[in-house]
Ligand binder design. Structure first.
Ligand SMILES: Cc1cc2nc3c(=O)[nH]c(=O)nc-3n(C[C@H](O)[C@H](O)[C@H](O)COP(=O)(O)O)c2cc1C
Length: 233
């Protein structure tokens, strides 16, 4: 069984997606090959949430088990030609940002993951998508940030940071989500938590447009992702 995992830059459902793919690989070690297709934004976002290093568990390396980074690809995405050759049994895009959902819904294929979706659908390979913005409101986790009202400016967090990512705030392009800053903070000023956001009408409509595409299945939550993944193996 050969599965392609497309990861886009969403914090929402990111941890759930990682947990499921890690679990699938653990349970089906020899029977499943997973190639990870990581969008430019996903590379940054997975690092900030401290998840990037776990990609190696899912895609340990070698043919069909690589981590394919958008940042290391050209603009024509030759690696997605694999879908045209029918190499994969399925493509799972999880989590899918509202940005990537909008593109796929409108046939745009100008990024690694949206290009993978286009090639897969043209080749008759089934595509599963877990959008983060479907309808109503979503509770989305946020990466660590410094609450300036609680901060006593002792700078211990900056000294503890292995990536020199802390100045006035945390630089998310350097942060790897390790949480050392939080551990050393004497005033509990470094917090994560979540934000509650409304799903835009346009995102809701884009998901409806996805539903009209044949060969493509929209997954409504991580439970449906698990069912779809486990049904493959
Ligand atoms: C920490 C962080 C979390 C984010 N979480 C989300 C999210 O939950 N949903 C979303 O649609 N975009 C989210 N974004 C914004 C996307 O990463 C951004 O729109 C990006 O251009 C998406 O590109 P992609 O669809 O090619 O991955 C987040 C950005 C950051 C920095």
């Amino acid at each position: 069984m050969k599965i392609a995992w497309g990861i886009t830059g969403a914090g929402h459902y990111l941890k759930d997606s990682f947990e499921l793919f890690v679990e699938l690989k653990r349970l089906q070690f020899d029977r499943v090959n997973i190639t990870s297709f990581v969008s430019r934004a996903a590379q940054e976002v997975t690092r900030v949430y401290g998840l990037f290093q776990h990609l190696r568990t899912v895609s340990p390396g070698g043919y069909m088990e690589e981590i394919i980074l958008e940042t290391e690809q050209g603009w024509s995405y030759p690696k997605t030609g694999r879908f045209s050759r029918g190499v994969y049994d399925a493509l799972f895009i999880s989590p899918a940002t509202s940005n990537s959902v909008a593109k796929i819904a409108h046939g745009i294929a100008d990024s690694l993951v949206t290009n993978a979706a286009a090639h897969a659908l043209k080749a008759g390979i089934v595509v599963f998508i877990l959008p983060v913005d479907i309808e109503g409101r979503v509770e989305s986790p946020v990466p660590y940030f410094i609450n300036r009202e609680l901060c006593i400016q002792c700078r211990e967090c900056a000294q503890a940071c292995p990536n020199d990512a802390i100045d006035e705030q945390i630089d998310y392009l350097r942060c790897n989500g390790c949480g050392l800053c939080k551990d050393v903070c004497r005033s509990d000023a470094i917090i994560g938590g979540s934000v509650n956001l409304a799903v835009r009408e346009i995102d809701k409509n884009n998901v409806k447009a996805l539903l009209k595409q044949s060969g493509l299945t929209v997954l409504n939550d991580p439970t449906e992702l698990k069912d779809a993944l486990w049904a493959m193996v």
